[in-house]
Design a protein around this ligand. Structure first.
Ligand code: IPE
Ligand code: IPE
Ligand code: MG
Ligand code: MG
Ligand code: MG
Length: 295
């Protein structure tokens, strides 16, 4: 199967299942559900759910759409918590960003209070969705992985340090912590979840976790670079927000060229992790996708 075909078919599968797990848009309270739908059903790249499915498919060595059905609650849960993180990230008291995915950000369209609640509701919806997994053992493992990834030890911890580090001279360890946690955590959850469903042995699970963390770190470094010299089309918003907010970013600490070198080195590390694994084509494609975002 061609790579483009793969991404199209898994994205279609994912979008159809998201429609099932979300409450209908006109569910009461209507404004809250509208805000959740607005943020979920738009132009997200669906990186985390597709990485999750692709990792699982590499591990089981088969490309059979039917076998993916039982994984879809976890694919949707990943995107729900990711979308919640973006809604809260854009709020005036955080990054104060007016645009997201090429559209007005959630709070611009629905107001701050509804945006805060939509983010909260998507995080709880994600946990509720994981309880729909058929195997109760898998459900508990999946909830444990996802809640850890979102928690103070994961994405929220990274976002908290991101906020308090603005307008300060960031040290390299702090910068590494912010990026690994705020972005790496949900990519790590994507491969960890795949390993739960594929019943993968510890050694491979650790390797794929390192792949995800390196990919996440590279992805965020590239995002920081794009925020300095990228375009609206690639970012889905006007660039320049990080420097306006005086954020701790890789380019602000290391400069653009060194940041680019760091991202490329991390992507080479990703390649070295998966290069000898069987059925690795789509994993390699993820590396290429991040590389191709570099301006
Ligand atoms: C945006 O994530 C936040 C970062 C980690 C840089 P994505 O670039 O995956 O955003 P969407 O989901 O495609 O909008
Ligand atoms: C946010 O990083 C990562 C999240 C966990 C939401 P950024 O603040 O750089 O993401 P963008 O640039 O707004 O997408
Ligand atoms: Mg931010
Ligand atoms: Mg932001
Ligand atoms: Mg950014």
């Amino acid at each position: 199967m061609l790579v483009q075909e793969y991404f199209k078919s898994r994205t279609d599968l994912f979008e159809a299942s998201m429609k099932i797990f979300m409450d209908p848009i006109d569910t009461y309270p209507k404004k809250l559900n509208e805000a959740m739908h607005y943020s979920i059903f738009n132009r997200g790249k669906r990186l985390r759910p597709i990485l999750f499915l692709a990792t699982y498919e590499m591990l089981i060595g088969r490309k059979n759409l039917k076998r993916l059905d039982r994984l879809l609650p976890a694919a949707c849960a990943l995107e729900m918590v990711h979308t919640a993180s973006l809604i809260h990230d854009d709020l005036p008291s955080a990054d104060n960003s007016d645009e997201r995915r090429g559209l007005p950000s959630c709070h611009k369209k629905f107001g701050d209070a509804t945006a805060i609640l939509a983010g909260d509701a998507l995080i709880t919806k994600a946990i509720e969705t994981l309880t729909k997994l058929k195997s109760k053992k898998e459900a508990i493992d999946a909830i444990s992985i996802l809640t850890h990834a979102v928690s103070t030890h994961g994405m929220i911890g990274g976002q908290a340090v991101d906020i308090v580090s603005a307008k300060k001279k960031a040290n390299k360890n702090t910068l590494h912590y912010i990026h690994l946690k705020k972005t790496g955590s949900l990519l790590l959850a994507s491969t960890e979840l795949a390993c739960i469903f594929a019943k993968t042995e510890e050694n491979t699970r650790i390797k794929l976790g390192n792949f995800a963390l390196n990919l996440g770190l590279a992805y965020q470094i590239v995002d920081d670079i794009l925020d300095e010299i990228g375009s609206f089309e690639v970012l889905g918003k006007e660039p320049g927000g990080d420097s306006k907010n005086m954020k701790a970013t890789y380019p602000s600490v290391f400069g653009l060229e060194t940041s680019k070198d760091k991202a490329e080195k991390l992507l080479r590390d990703c390649y070295n992790i998966v290069k000898n694994m069987e059925h690795n084509e789509i994993m390699i494609e993820f590396i290429n996708m991040v590389k191709e975002r570099l301006p």
